[in-house]
Every structure is written in structure tokens, then in C-alpha cells.
Ligand binder design. Structure first.
Ligand SMILES: [Zn+2]
Length: 140
């Protein structure tokens, strides 16, 4: 994984493109149903787009119907949760612990029924709502 000290914001902006850069480094949100991993069912590890840290396993991914990739849990120790009171809402922001890039938010509102079924067959209890542009899937 990339050491955050080695990240050059100008180079990063050029390599990510303005949309992904705005989400990852300026805490933006991609449009719902626009991301390439919304309905992805491939097995593998989802890594941070900026630093390459493995963040989420496809085992915990579920199709919540919200328009963003949803995970029941993060790989232990890889993300940091921060209180976010912007836009008149009380939310919990999810950030890459290694490089500080914004990933999305985590909610308790898991849908009922088959939309809560994880790819490994378990039932989700949390909804890590993560922007596709923040992730790179390493297929196994
Ligand atoms: Zn990162």
C-alpha cells in the first residue's frame, strides 16, 4: 500500500480524474446507480483506489437497492469512522485509515428480506454505503 506521505495531490488528481478525486479527497458522493460496482457480484477484495489497502471483502457485499455498493462490514482495522454533521444530517463517515481518503458513510438501515443477504449467504446488519469510484476490486 502507498504511504500517505508519498501522495502528491496534483498527481493524484491527474490520475484519478476530477470526479473520483472530488469524492475521495473532497468528500463528495457519486450519483446513485452510476458506479461500476453497484451490482457487482464478483469475488475478491475491494481496495482503496488511492493507496491500495484492502478494505472490504466481497463476502460481505449485498445488493441493498440504494444505488451504491453496500457492505455489511469492513476488514478489521482498515477503516476509520468519523462523526459527520454536515448538510443538516447526523451521519458516520467512513474513511480509509491508511490514507484518509473518503469512502462513504455507514448506516443501520439495512433493508429487510433478500436485499439484506450478503454474497456469502449471511444477513447484513450494517450498511457501509461506499462510492464505487473509491474502490478497486481485486478479483480472486
Ligand atoms: Zn487509502
Amino acid at each position: 500500500m502507498t504511504d500517505p506521505k508519498d501522495i502528491n495531490e496534483e498527481e493524484l488528481k491527474a490520475s484519478l480524474g476530477p470526479e473520483a478525486y472530488q469524492v475521495l479527497r473532497e468528500r463528495g458522493t457519486e450519483a446513485p446507480f452510476s458506479g461500476k460496482y453497484v451490482h457487482a457480484k464478483d469475488k475478491g477484495m475491494y481496495k482503496c483506489k488511492v493507496c491500495g489497502t484492502e478494505l472490504f471483502s466481497s463476502d460481505t457485499k449485498f445488493d441493498s437497492g440504494t444505488g451504491w455498493p453496500s457492505f455489511d462490514d469492513a476488514i478489521p482495522g482498515r477503516v476509520e469512522l468519523r462523526e459527520d454533521n454536515e448538510h443538516g444530517m447526523q451521519r458516520t463517515e467512513v474513511v480509509c485509515k491508511n490514507c484518509g481518503s473518503h469512502l462513504g458513510h455507514v448506516f443501520d438501515d439495512v433493508p429487510a428480506g433478500k436485499q439484506a443477504v450478503r454474497q456469502d449467504g449471511g444477513l447484513a446488519t450494517k450498511r457501509y454505503c461506499i462510492n464505487s469510484v473509491c474502490l478497486d476490486l481485486d478479483k480472486t
